[in-house]
Design a protein around this ligand. Sequence first.
Ligand SMILES: Cc1ncc(COP(=O)(O)O)c(C=O)c1O
Length: 395
Amino acid sequence: MRNDKGSLVRPMPLPHSASTPVVTPLSPSVVYASETPDALDAQYEGRVHGYTYSREGHPNADVVAARLDAMEGVAGGVVTGSGMAAVSAVLLGLTKAGDHVIGGNQLYGRSLRLIAEDLPRLGIATTLADPGDLDAIRAAIRPETRMILVEVVSNPTLAVADIAGLAALCKETGVLLVVDNTFTTPRGFRPFDHGADIVIHSITKLLAGHSDVMLGYVAARDPELAERLRIFSVTTGLTPSPFDCWLAERGMLTFDLRFERAQQTAALLADHLAGLKGVRRVIYPTRTDHPDRARAQELLRGQGCNMVSFELTGGRDAANAFARAADGLAFAPTLGDVGTTLSHPASSSHRALTADRRAELGLSEGFFRVSVGLEEPEALLAIFSDAVAAAADVS
Ligand SMILES: Cc1ncc(COP(=O)(O)O)c(C=O)c1O
């Protein structure tokens, strides 16, 4: 244990304390030492709980998983190094060549890419279809269809999936219903209560909430599938770092309050934007003019979400003027931060689409998606009034 200068090359044992910390300690250790081979046997055989190697599991990941398990009403969820790692664990870890996978046609861009480009390369056929159109989904199902991956509220056009219809169809056909609950969060919607088989989160967004950590989560109702997801994540190294988990837990302690405040302000902002000259349309799932309003109200239990999309009457010049004048708001392609962020799909998330496809989705040069944060509501509405006025001046 001592080197030739007599100093210790192992950390000193932690001092004994009769009291306990109120904050989860950070455990960056990659390996865990056991007392004897017999003690290690007991761990591997599940007779006692213990950690071995942090890719296989560590306390900071386990506390985040336990918190999300409780929020989603499930057991055995796995925390992953990013939201996309969770999506990958499901799409790659639970399929084989010859299977068929259906994806919602407005999924997050990287999920779409994984489905449209990577799965076919591995011999897994895929189809994209509108999760609000049950006939289209039914028509896409084949005998070899393994799963359907959908988001509850789509990005950035905030269309609402027919979760009840999808759950019934999946049950009837033996297809797994996989729900990416990132936008809605377990406070807005609990997919397992509505028949989902697997739930995915990008913890990076609202759950962690401070744009300083990338993390994901995946859980399955069936313990056998949950174990397969855990083993696949461990084998392929999708598992997370202790520090990211530590930061995420810290953020999640205030998640309920942040979500409540952000979605209330978002509803106010949607109504405010609708009354401004220079705004062509506003999209917010529970507004009276949203085509999926009834479904949104039922699924989101009367709550909304923190996302609002809107379209300026002008084109790219108006969008530039708006972003320049939106004082104090980050023009950044993310969501769920404590501060309000603006995303412009035509120049970011949807830039790779053809102009025709963007037009089909209604994503003009004047289209913005707003992730509402925790600013004082009146001050936030004033910033939007000024920025929309600046955009109207150049239209
Ligand atoms: C709905 C949704 N799912 C998954 C992801 C991927 O998450 P991450 O960025 O943590 O990999 C995102 C990222 O924006 C997202 O919006």
